[in-house]
Design a protein around this ligand. Structure first.
Ligand code: DOR
Length: 445
């Protein structure tokens, strides 16, 4: 692994932006400072003048579909899309086939990632109505956290028995991440829609079916359980203004997340994009979107992530009840977040805090997520003066379509370093498995 010296870039890290050099040796950041000299003649120099240098994103919510659903995606293809989007580490969800409900299945995924992943990786252990013993026995140094589908979505992983939920919250050895939607309300709304439209429900009904009440009811229960059982809780993909009242800025034990599609689209976009933006929870109103953007700015939302969830184009052509929910998002995550800084929603320093630093703290990640001497060199160089144009011929996700097709973002990812190795450069992801297994602290409750 050769030494790398990145010179003249504007480093955005830990709430500050300043011009500094970064020296990378043996995969780690050796020094950050002004005017660093190359330590050896073989040291590669990257001139980052006029560019931004920031920690790579830690995306705590992706669905890479391996094992079992590889017609949609796999670890290799999706990790290549991830590094193109500035993501250097991902935490992957358990709704694969078979679902990741015990440590044996989890280790099988680690083995696939060690063979194929271009980005650093970790995996959530899924909870079910039946696997409390596996949850209790889970080694907190080996899991990203415990994922609970408190609302049903892709896969059959709903946990809806309240006594089981209580036990999971009481015994989870690490941070719990929840998908919150109250399924009985959704089923009722589906029946109402069926009466009105039959099987051809317009996609614009999705936010009414996957309703705001369903979200609030389930998120409120999750927060109540976390307080009662003294668990660490991270509520994934918040979509309504009302849910924001459940969270406080600066609180690191009960936290919330916003995902890029919920920050970008609003419900009238269903008219044009239909199933392509069908996702769970649904995209809600423009007012909800503004409230979520504001909460990202003021810290009630702690984390920015993607919920990258690819399905094939053919699957997405089906009618409302058959078309699966989820969108491929990873490849454009950082350009989209930076676009929101351009339009004044929040600052670049806030993007770095929410997408890089906060996941590190909430999930107790070791030695990543910050540009610090001694930490792994997971970083991104961004060109603020070169556009990213979303072109269907330049997509890396296996499903090969994007909800952003034709969109122009004002920033572009130029280079991504994963554990000190070049994982993406000048439009091309690496073919090497440059990712490493993420390590976690041992005390995590
Ligand atoms: O829209 C979604 N798609 N939401 C989820 O919770 C799951 C995901 C998927 O796996 O397809």
């Amino acid at each position: 692994m050769s030494d790398l010296l990145i010179t003249g870039g504007k480093i955005v890290n830990e709430g500050r932006s300043a011009e500094q050099d970064v020296l990378v040796r043996q995969g780690r950041i050796e020094r950050i400072g002004p005017s660093i000299s190359p330590p050896s003649p073989s040291c590669k120099i990257i001139d980052a003048s006029g560019k931004l240098v920031m920690p790579g994103l830690i995306d705590d919510q992706v669905h890479f579909r391996e094992p079992g659903l590889t017609h949609k995606a796999c670890m290799r293809t999706e990790s290549r899309a991830a590094v193109a989007g500035g993501i250097t580490t991902f935490f992957e969800m358990p709704n694969v086939s078979p679902p990741t409900l015990d440590m044996k299945r989890l280790e099988e995924k680690y083995a696939i990632a060690a063979r194929d992943s271009v980005a650093n990786y970790a995996f959530f252990l899924g909870a079910s109505n039946e696997n409390i013993d596996a949850v209790k026995a889970a080694d907190p140094t080996k899991i990203a956290g415990i994922k609970i589908f408190m609302g049903s979505s892709t896969g059959n992983m709903l946990v809806d028995e309240e006594d089981v939920l209580e036990k999971i919250f009481r015994h989870a050895p690490a941070t719990i991440a929840t998908h919150c939607e109250h399924t009985p309300s959704i089923l009722e709304n589906e029946e109402t829609a069926k009466k009105e439209f039959g099987d051809e429900v317009p996609f614009s009904e999705h936010p009414k079916i996957r309703s705001r009440e369903a979200c609030l009811r389930s998120s409120s229960l999750a927060v109540e359980l976390a307080k009662r059982e003294k668990a660490r809780l991270h509520v994934l993909h918040i979509t309504t203004a009302e849910e924001l009242a459940l969270f406080e800025s600066g609180h690191d034990r009960i936290t919330a997340e916003a995902c890029v599609h919920h920050l970008w689209f609003e419900q009238s976009d269903y008219q044009e994009l239909g199933s392509l933006i069908k996702c769970n929870p649904a995209i809600k109103s423009a007012e909800d979107r503004s409230a979520i953007r504001q909460a990202v700015a003021d810290g009630r939302i702690s984390v920015l992530a993607t919920d990258h969830a690819p399905h094939t184009w053919e699957e997405k052509q089906a009618s409302y009840f058959k078309a699966p929910s989820g969108l491929p998002l990873a490849q454009h995550s950082l350009p989209l977040m930076l676009e929101m800084t351009k339009t004044g929603c929040f600052s670049i320093e806030t993007v770095v805090e929410r997408a890089c630093h906060a996941p590190t703290r909430i999930f107790d990640v070791r030695e990543r997520g910050f540009l610090r001497e001694g930490y792994w060199a997971d970083l991104v160089i961004v060109d603020p003066d070169r556009e990213t144009v979303v072109d269907e011929s330049e997509l890396f996700s296996r499903c090969n379509w994007s909800p952003f097709s034709g969109t122009r973002f004002s920033h572009s990812v130029e280079l991504t370093l994963v554990s000190g190795q070049v994982a993406y450069y000048a439009g091309k992801p690496s073919d090497e498995p440059t990712g490493q297994r993420v390590e976690f602290e041992s005390q995590r409750r």
